[in-house]
Design a protein around this ligand. Structure first.
Ligand SMILES: [Zn+2]
Ligand SMILES: [Zn+2]
Length: 65
């Protein structure tokens, strides 16, 4: 174990479940949760395209493919 070198957001990123369907946007086209916000470490994990425009438009967001 090499502790202390991994940023918190990266740890969260690695434990985040991607490609689930967003429960807020069940009936939209681009509702796959493949985005992750670095600036919201307290966020609930991955979110979709629409959640990003609603809540993270000015944040640094990683897209997972
Ligand atoms: Zn959403
Ligand atoms: Zn954010």
């Amino acid at each position: 174990m090499k502790g202390g070198t991994v940023p918190t957001w990266l740890e969260l990123l690695l434990t985040t479940q991607f490609f689930a369907i967003c429960t807020n946007h069940l009936f939209s086209n681009r509702n796959e949760c493949n985005l992750f916000c670095i600036d919201c470490e307290e966020s609930k994990g991955a979110f979709c395209y629409y959640c990003r425009s609603d809540h993270h438009s000015t944040h640094r967001v990683i897209q997972c493919r």
